[in-house]
Design a protein around this ligand. Structure first.
Ligand code: ARG
Length: 457
């Protein structure tokens, strides 16, 4: 039964009904719709629309319905009603008859759906925050396991300067911390309750909306009814948090796909997150990471779709806004699955420290150290840069590293070089030199790990 048949002489066309119905996807709001209805029944009791007995009967029936929808959510999806609000009302009529018809007094589906959806978003944000914290913990554990392992650091995908492998791990911990902080902000901002805003103008019953809001775990009630029923910023913000975080996961995936390649051979992914080729028996493909990278586009697609849907919508509610759900219902579980999968990948990584060290020693990635050596001897950096460039050319011509040049060769470019140049060129010296805050020295990385551990408690 539709919630609005009285004004119409015929029912909707079948094609329109299918086009218009949201139950096939908003059934996912069943729990929130029922919890919101229990709270609304309380508000109606407060203004004497329901007496104590009616309230008790309605709440008992709603709680029973809650158990039923939890036990079989899929059955709700195919029940054929227009939306989750129609479904709940009709299921309630089946249980308590005409009494159920009082529940929609002073309420609109507009403030109802806005409330349900915020509740759903808040719960989902909490799950995701837990998952991010676990993924952070996994990166920290890897950083501790590999403390001391040296990795070539890249810019332009050219070997640039050696870094600690743990420094790489902790870079992603930083990104994840920002993801957490962004999501927490979004969650706090969305945590205001639209219920009691009516269709657009506010409800005509003297309901204490603050108490209603707090009963549902909200910080408070929304302050403007027009805005409350038409605001979907919280959806945009969540999708934006998701998109930014997916970009981080995608960059991590890309780094690891490269590290895992035959050419780099820096890490080996576990069998549990890789798959084989149907044709080439030797293959072990990084599918989990490729899918994380691939799904990033899908999540961002939902974000941009939501932005386009909202653009130029007049106040207040418009049916366009029903398009807010499918994208988010797809993007949030996708994000969550990617965080879990990233964790599984990180957990099973085996690092080949010999390969990473050998690669870090190649590519003349100690050239900056050599320039700094000259600076310490009083040569201006720009001049030192040029001198070292000449030495790099010399080493390349010889097919060697800088540390393999003889002292005579060094001196042939500049007389200031002495045998004290060799210790400077050692890879450990390159790492050790990065002592300033945020650098890749063992001390800095160790304190970054300590800070992250303290922060995540
Ligand atoms: N299914 C609708 C949605 O998700 C519920 C609100 C309907 N409101 C209305 N005025 N038709 O947006």
């Amino acid at each position: 039964m539709a919630l609005w048949g009285g004004r119409f002489s015929t029912g909707p066309d079948e094609a329109f009904k299918q086009f218009n119905d949201s139950l096939p996807f908003d059934y996912q709001l069943a729990e929130q719709d029922i919890i919101g209805s229990v709270a609304w029944a309380g508000a109606l009791k407060q203004v004497n629309v329901l007496n104590q007995q009616e309230y008790d009967d309605l709440v008992a029936a709603l709680n029973k319905l809650l158990d039923e929808v939890k036990a079989n959510p899929q059955a709700v999806a195919v029940a054929g009603h227009e939306d989750i609000h129609s479904y709940v009302e009709s299921a309630l009529i089946d249980k308590v008859g005409d009494l159920a018809k009082k529940l929609h007094t002073g309420r609109s589906r507009n403030d109802q759906v806005a409330t349900d959806f915020r509740l759903w978003c808040r719960d989902t944000a909490e799950h995701i925050l837990e998952a991010i914290a676990e993924l952070k913990g996994e990166f920290i554990a890897l950083a501790e396991r590999e403390l001391g392992t040296i990795l070539p650091g890249y810019t332009h995908l050219q070997r640039a300067q050696p870094v600690l492998f743990s420094h790489w791990c902790m870079a992603y911990v930083e990104m994840l911390e920002r993801d957490e902080s962004r999501l927490t902000d979004a969650k706090n901002r969305m945590n205001y309750c639209p219920l009691g805003s009516g269709a657009l103008a506010g409800t005509a019953y003297p309901i204490d909306r603050q108490i209603l809001a707090e009963g549902l775990g909200f910080t408070g009630a929304t302050r403007n009814s027009l805005d409350a029923v038409s605001d979907r910023d919280f959806v945009v913000e969540l999708l934006s948090c998701a998109s930014i975080s997916m970009i981080h996961l995608s960059r991590m995936a890309e780094d690891l796909i490269f590290y895992n390649s035959g050419e780099a051979g820096f890490i080996e992914l576990s069998d549990g997150v890789t798959s084989g080729s149907s044709l080439m028996p030797q293959k072990k493909n990084p599918d989990a990471l490729e899918l994380i990278r691939g799904k990033t586009g899908r999540v961002f697609g939902a974000f941009s779709a939501m932005m386009m849907t909202l653009k130029a919508l007049p106040l207040a509610y418009n049916k366009d806004m029903q398009e807010d759900k499918e994208g988010l219902f797809d993007a949030m579980p996708t994000w969550l699955a990617c965080i879990h999968m990233a964790q599984a990948c990180i957990k099973g990584i085996k690092v080949n420290a010999e390969r990473t060290l050998a690669a870090a020693k190649g590519g003349h990635s100690n050239a900056t150290e050599l320039a700094d050596y000259l600076v310490a001897k009083g040569i201006p950096f720009r001049e030192g840069h040029h001198i070292v460039g000449t030495l790099v050319q010399m080493a390349i011509a010889q097919g060697n590293n800088l540390e393999d040049l003889s002292l005579e060769q060094f001196k042939s470019v500049h007389s200031i070089f002495e045998s004290d140049v060799y210790p400077v060129l050692e890879i450990d010296a390159c790492i050790k030199a990065r002592q300033a805050l945020g650098g890749s020295s063992l001390e800095q990385v160790t304190s970054a790990i300590k800070y992250a551990k303290k922060n995540s408690k």
